[in-house]
Design a protein around this ligand. Structure first.
Ligand code: BF8
Ligand code: SF4
Length: 631
């Protein structure tokens, strides 16, 4: 039996990184550690959100002596505008990704490289959107669904179609509070318009638009991203893989896929299985072709193909430092521009594939839908031909890796729950077995842990410490994004992790044959978590705000994370943050995001930089919700 001392610790991961940095100095490599030192301490005005450079009379910075900018904007207006602009940035990134996937579905053909894989999901969505399905060709339906989805980004009237999936209570709250999102582009544009010089200076109005813009992401663009990706590439199902830098193989051609939109990585994965390319790899002396992922692209291909996960955000440079990565291909978001100069210190080829992410030092191969598989083959061939160029003196692959079970879409979770309820037919395809565990106290509740890692705290430490404490306290976890990969690296996605759980959760893991941390996918897949929470609330018959479920982003860094936090709070779920939003220079904004939103949506942020205090606050929060329900 694997006991507590056999799981990979943060200390081991840090020792691996330290060794990689030390060895790579001779190659002239620089990493985020070096640059972080140069950037610390950070500008206090920026950190507190009270620097405004929205017009060229500024920049204006708020101090006790200068409490207003030239136009008269105060700290509340400036911090509020900066905050809303972060949400708009995050919503646009997720939603443009979602839109691109709609275009991919629109381009899908029976004899094309992109095909419909999950026809059931397509038909269900067509019916949900009142699109005719009877007797029609599947691709005609797919194109109509894609068009309808694309229309959600720019339609002149109405609100997001997916809002109807929410509980009656949520829909009513959103409507009454005026935060039901209209077209995705409209909300982003409104956010940019409101924050233009000479517009909204009222912090509460800015926070309300932050909620609405976040909703356009979570219940709009991101949800479409998830649905359309499932239709194209398959709804994730449970499968085994591995996580950690040790998944890079010295005797194989290693290709890293990195970013978010799986349209590129799917083609690379397919091409890597082509016999002629495998033969070519062997002819160069490699045993085969090894694809490994970074960031959310890793999550996408792990969930659908079991592709191994090399690591998360702050590990992207480490992969190259192993000296064994022939090629790193990136699509969009969370890609360090540092990969350009860094890959030049090694034999690694750095390939960009999207017009959204052009980076100096990269070879740019713009992915075209009609040509995608040929381009995937071209990229794989380039990697294979680069195998011989490795410098043997620069090779060091840390051995650290852990087993991981991934692929817990809502559909997989429901299926897994069915395995424990075969005698209760009325409980099939519902969350009732899970709810029974929570009401009886076998499980205390659930936490969705999401988001990035961040040098402002000890990277990965908060994720892992928080998860370990929660599972010890019989709280089940769903994870996504870089948080899920932190869990993978620490072995928390393996079934053996049940040995780290309290007695109740351990029993549930054994009965349902699941790990205590369920990998739900990438960051756009946090929309799956919203549907999971909605499903639980509906099957339970209580408001979502009352269910003992909370969200947590212990090490978040990106604008996308701020957008996510806004839709999670809008959905009625308290959100625990380990990094402070950059609004501290405005007491009013701090009050609004921690308390004020509770009047609007019934939920808010709880912020604490100490992971141990943060996790205790979460446990207390869950217990308080239980007490209020009388369970
Ligand atoms: O979208 S968790 S570092 S990879 S932003 Fe980026 Fe953050 Fe990772 Fe995925 Ni999400
Ligand atoms: Fe300064 Fe106002 Fe211009 Fe901002 S909008 S830079 S506070 S003058």
């Amino acid at each position: 039996m694997k006991d507590e001392n056999c799981f990979t610790t943060v200390e081991q991961m840090e020792a691996d990184s330290a060794k990689l940095y030390e060895l790579s100095k001779a190659s002239g490599a620089q990493t985020w550690e070096d640059r972080n030192k140069n950037q610390t301490p950070h500008c206090k005005f920026g950190e507190e959100g009270v620097c405004c450079r929205i017009c060229s009379m500024g920049p204006c910075r708020i101090t006790p002596k200068a409490p207003r900018g030239i136009c008269g904007a105060d700290a509340d207006a400036i911090a509020g505008r900066n905050y809303l602009r972060m949400v708009a940035g995050g919503c646009s990134a997720h939603s443009d990704h979602g839109r691109e996937i709609c275009h991919t579905l629109y381009a899908a053909k029976a004899d094309g490289y992109y095909k419909v894989t999950d026809t059931v999901k397509l038909i269900n969505l067509a019916k949900e959107w009142d699109i005719e399905t009877e007797g029609r060709d599947i691709y005609d339906i797919a194109h109509d669904v894609a068009l309808c989805g694309l229309n959600e980004y720019g339609k002149p009237f109405g609100t997001q179609k997916f809002l109807k999936r929410a509980t009656e209570e949520r829909q009513k709250t959103w409507e009454e509070q005026g935060i039901s999102p209209r077209a995705v582009d409209r909300e982003i544009t409104t956010a940019m318009h409101m924050t233009h010089m000479g517009n909204t200076a009222d912090a509460e109005a800015l926070v309300r638009q932050s909620l609405r813009t976040g909703m356009a992401d979570g219940w709009g663009g991101s949800m479409m991203g998830t649905e359309f990706t499932d239709i194209l590439f398959g709804t994730p199902s449970v499968r085994e893989t591995e996580g950690g830098l040790g998944v890079i193989e010295e005797d194989m051609v290693n290709i890293i896929v990195h970013g978010h939109d799986p349209a590129m990585s799917e083609m690379i994965v397919q091409a890597s299985e082509h016999k002629d390319l495998l033969d070519l790899a062997r002819s160069y002396g490699a045993k085969g072709i090894n694809i490994a992922g970074l960031c959310c692209t890793a999550n996408e291909v792990a969930m659908r193909h079991g592709v191994k996960m090399a690591g998360n955000f702050l590990q992207q440079e480490n992969a190259i430092l192993t000296g064994c990565v022939e090629l790193i291909a990136v699509d969009v978001q969370c890609i360090f521009p540092a990969l350009g100069p860094l890959s030049e210190c090694f034999h690694t080829k750095f390939i960009t594939t999207s017009e959204i992410a052009r980076i100096p030092g990269a070879i740019h191969i713009k992915m075209e839908k009609e040509n995608a598989l040929e381009q995937g083959r071209q990229i794989v061939k380039m990697a294979v031909e680069n195998f011989a160029n490795r410098d043997k003196n620069k090779i060091f692959i840390p051995k650290t890796k852990e087993k991981a079970v991934v692929g817990y879409s809502c559909e997989s979770i429901l299926k897994q729950l069915d395995t424990v309820t075969n005698s209760h037919l009325d409980e099939r395809n519902t969350y009732k077995p899970l709810i029974d565990c929570v009401t009886s106290g076998v499980l205390r509740g659930a936490v969705a842990i999401v988001g990035c890692n961040n040098p402002k705290v000890r990277p990965d430490y908060s994720h892992i410490e928080i998860m370990k404490k929660l599972i010890k306290n019989d709280i089940i976890i769903v994870a996504s994004g870089c948080s899920a990969q932190a869990a993978a690296k620490a072995g928390l996605l393996s079934k053996e992790a049940k040995n780290l759980c309290g007695a109740g959760l351990k029993r549930v893991c054994e009965l349902a044959d699941i790990p205590p941390v369920l990998h739900m996918g990438s960051c756009v897949d946090i929309s799956r978590m919203m549907l999971l929470a909605t499903g639980i609330a509906k099957d339970w018959g209580v408001d979502i705000t009352k269910v003992p479920v909370v969200g947590c982003a212990p090490e978040w860094m990106s604008e996308k994370a701020v957008s996510i936090a806004n839709y999670v709070v809008s959905t009625g779920i308290d959100t625990y943050l380990g990094i402070e939003p950059q609004v501290k220079g405005s007491a009013k904004m701090m009050q609004l995001i921690t308390q004020g939103t509770r009047e609007i949506t019934g939920a808010g942020y709880i912020i604490n930089k100490d992971p141990h205090e943060l996790v205790q606050a979460m446990i207390d929060g869950i217990e308080a919700k239980r007490a209020a329900l009388g369970i």
